[in-house]
Design a protein. Sequence first.
Lengths: 339, 339
Amino acid sequence: MSGNGGDRGRVATIFDVARVAGVSHQTVSRVLNDLPNVRPATRERVVEAIAELRYVPSQAARALVTRRSRTIGLVATGLPDFGPASTVRAVNESARDAGYAVITMSLAGAEVPSLRSAAEMLIRQAVEAIVLVVDERAALRAFDGWELGVPLVAVASANRDRALRVAIDQYRGARAAVSHLLDLGHRDIRHIAGPAGSMDAEERLRGWQESLVEAEAPLTEPLRGDWSPDSGFRAGQRLLADGVPGAVFVASDQMAVGLLHALATAGLRVPEDVSVVGFDDIPEAAHLSPPLTTLRQDFVGLGQDAMAAVLAILQDDQSPRYPEPRLPQLILRSSTRPV
Amino acid sequence: MSGNGGDRGRVATIFDVARVAGVSHQTVSRVLNDLPNVRPATRERVVEAIAELRYVPSQAARALVTRRSRTIGLVATGLPDFGPASTVRAVNESARDAGYAVITMSLAGAEVPSLRSAAEMLIRQAVEAIVLVVDERAALRAFDGWELGVPLVAVASANRDRALRVAIDQYRGARAAVSHLLDLGHRDIRHIAGPAGSMDAEERLRGWQESLVEAEAPLTEPLRGDWSPDSGFRAGQRLLADGVPGAVFVASDQMAVGLLHALATAGLRVPEDVSVVGFDDIPEAAHLSPPLTTLRQDFVGLGQDAMAAVLAILQDDQSPRYPEPRLPQLILRSSTRPV
DNA sequence: GGGTGGGGATCGGGGAGCAAG
DNA sequence: ACTTGCTCCCCGATCCCCACC
């Protein structure tokens, strides 16, 4: 059912188009590249010939001579969670709008060797830039002092870094979460953090700590999860072993799902017994029991920022300025209440 | 801080490597392509020269002459939900293991024009095959009778189709869900389906209907959602307007989250008043209240099947056989109970 | 002088043919 | 027989120079 088109696999070249259109290959090239000095009628004939032959210019040949692949690379680590997946998607769409194709390398872990080999594979594919969507600080370090030969844009919330970087301000988001609880009169606010080594987790943890210190509220040991609901559940159980806190700031909505489960299992009500604030605003957040108060992140905007940065570098080659981090937005629902 | 390596942008070619290694470019090429008849000592010198010059073969030049880009295309539609995102990820990893780079085109909608232009962009990039990760039947039809020139593998659950296709058996999964409820003694089993036009939704709907018919249980009008928790919540409200059913089979866990919310809001308990079965087994499912009984799909295995099919075609060029659809697995938790 | 054609170099490798160590 | 080098063409575009109308 799949006729080979009869051409025995041979595809049309620019010369075939020229012959059919009755012009020179030179003129076809002018049309292809939108160069001036082509009479409309001539252009028309060329366009028709292209359609008739179903001619597709060889990207390889063009890339060879122009030294531009019209392609960028994307390295993503971790699980395909809602946030990163949305950001990756947005980078993809923005890139396409700008005429770039995106080659994606997704890695389960963030080991330096696999990161490097992924990047090398991208370099071999002649990508013009690489976008990193990573959360692990170690993943970023894999690129430290490594001259790739192409610009690198990191989507990462490291608080100090010389590399070009776009981010959402996790620190201020966390402060907003804790402020909200403080404003409600809570003092014993515990924290379920993300995994050690996660830049987002560290920034949120720092925001939580500093807010408590400034408010002179008691500082406790944070619990650790790995972003998964399972880990949130287990952290919740460990947390309850220390007694019932007035409020918990959870570093992600997914972990909050697990925490809510642990609280319910222990016979505790939210928000009557415990107030809970999450982070991310995943689509499920509004429908948990109770609906979760959380911090919304603009993952799509983040991806767009990343691609905008890439385009800026590709054009000017200078300008190490990057956009201000976006601010998460507090979404009030029903999982918190005054003391 | 980004020294240009001193080479003024010029990169090493195969001839540079040959000169440094003191051999001919011919020999370098032999080494690069693992051809026989190269003395180990010579190979060694070449490898060293490559490392010293940080030489990277030009993929463009190689593709030009070999007519192989070592690249495959991936078109994905819809939101970056857990299932599709996991599958896409798995395709990426399997491809990398096989030495292929993946160019991804993600589309929010599934309109024919954007699908076609995405595919054309992939063709221009000279991909050797295209993988479709789509749910909308219309998206599949955009490729009907269109001779792309490259093999196409669809990850889609259409029940009748001549294209090469890998899938999870949605129909049988739905039957397992309904059987479970039937076995518990339920007779009035309602269904919250996915959006019209979704192949997965149609298959699950069909499984629900046929199971009920065979069991001579009452058939009702299914509700419709769009996979989102919000839509599940609204469908739940509409459903309750008809009265309280004994059980509900929801076409996705995400929508089940919304349904649980609607039921709780109405003062109904799960499973005491209503039994609920979901579909997908998202990571949150085990921690909802109550923990959700659902059908687990092997999204990663699905992605691997897709890539395996691609490789099979790329090698053989024949063999329109494809793997048997995988079966979803019933995961029993606490959202169902006997009448 | 705007529109067009012809010829040829070039990009960076793959590979054939043949000679030679 | 095995290993290696040389020379030259090829892939399919871009682009430059120059001529022509």
